[in-house]
Design a protein. Structure first.
Length: 304
């Protein structure tokens, strides 16, 4: 795809080796955000959650990136699917809730129903669709490794595409048996680029400022921070240029007591200070290292 001029200008400055002075459009324009969705956000991998989120048959939850949405659902036993959250009829979501439990997926717009593996079961008001086996919600490539549910949004097909290799680094085998100590979602009015630099540069924030032993990155929008027997999964959910959510899932050994939050949340205070800094100098927050990471990915061909 043709990149917006504001992205190409950043690339020219990176390649020239001088200072990078971005245009405001890099953080505000929808064409820039659309290019990031297409060229960057769908790169493998995305660590969406811990497998304990899908503990029972019928459990499901959503993971959204821009206008794209994935529904993760446990059909039965170890059969877990990563489905495109868009009805085959008109593209309306088949999963509106953030999470829950159900025996089917249902599009409220035209009433089409799907089995938990994505097969169309009831195309309401379309009786001529007698051979429904041809109609399936697209599957994304996904895998579960060491308790992490990983999705590759660059690979999608009616049948689950084969999952490629993933580098797990220092992720311990014991994470598969860990429990969720806490889970919190933060909603911000910041462009995702600001938050990526903040969180990736200071992973100790997820442990309330205590030292972080290691960090394992999964694609451009997620990482797992490690500290002793503790772990924290961080996932960015860019909604549009000026709105980004992110979720922190704290994981601890099975049987460990749930972590208690006493007093003010330190991350909330960091976000407030970061927001003030952005307001004061919105074009000067990101360092050169960010742009040196960003430009090669944006200028490369989208993986197939």
């Amino acid at each position: 795809m043709e990149l917006p001029d504001s992205i190409k200008a950043v690339g020219e400055q990176v390649e020239a080796g001088g200072a990078v002075t971005p245009a405001a459009e890099l953080f505000e324009a929808y064409p820039v955000f659309a290019a990031e969705v297409a060229q960057l956000f769908t790169r493998p991998w995305l660590a969406v959650d811990h497998v304990s989120r899908l503990a029972e048959d019928g459990d499901y939850f959503r993971a959204d990136v821009g206008s794209r949405s994935v529904v993760l659902v446990r059909e039965a036993g170890h059969r877990i699917h990563a489905l495109r959250n868009a009805c085959l009829h008109a593209g309306y979501r088949v999963c509106e809730e953030e999470s829950g439990r159900s025996d089917h997926l249902f599009c409220q717009y035209h009433g089409w129903s799907y089995a938990l593996d994505g097969r169309l079961t009831d195309p309401l008001l379309r009786p001529e669709l007698t051979d429904r086996s041809r109609f399936r919600l697209p599957h994304y490539a996904m895998k579960i490794s060491r308790g992490l549910i990983l999705v590759d949004q660059s690979a999608v097909a009616p049948e689950p595409p084969p999952a490629g290799a993933v580098e797990l680094g220092a992720i311990p085998e014991t994470l598969a048996e860990a429990g969720v100590a806490s889970r919190k979602r933060y909603s911000t009015t910041s462009n995702w680029k600001y938050l990526r630099q903040l969180l990736w540069a200071a992973p100790e924030l997820v442990f309330a400022g205590k030292n972080c032993g290691d960090l394992v990155e999964f694609g451009p929008l997620s990482f797992v921070a490690l500290r002793g027997e503790e772990a924290a999964l961080v996932r960015l959910s860019p909604r549009f240029p000026g709105h980004t959510d992110f979720e922190i899932v704290r994981l601890a050994p099975a049987g460990a007591p749930a972590s208690a939050q006493n007093g003010a949340d330190p991350i909330e205070e960091v976000l407030r200070q970061h927001g003030d800094a952005i307001a004061a100098a919105p074009l000067g927050i990101l360092d050169r290292r960010f742009y040196e990471w960003y430009w090669p990915l944006m200028s490369a061909a989208q993986p197939q």
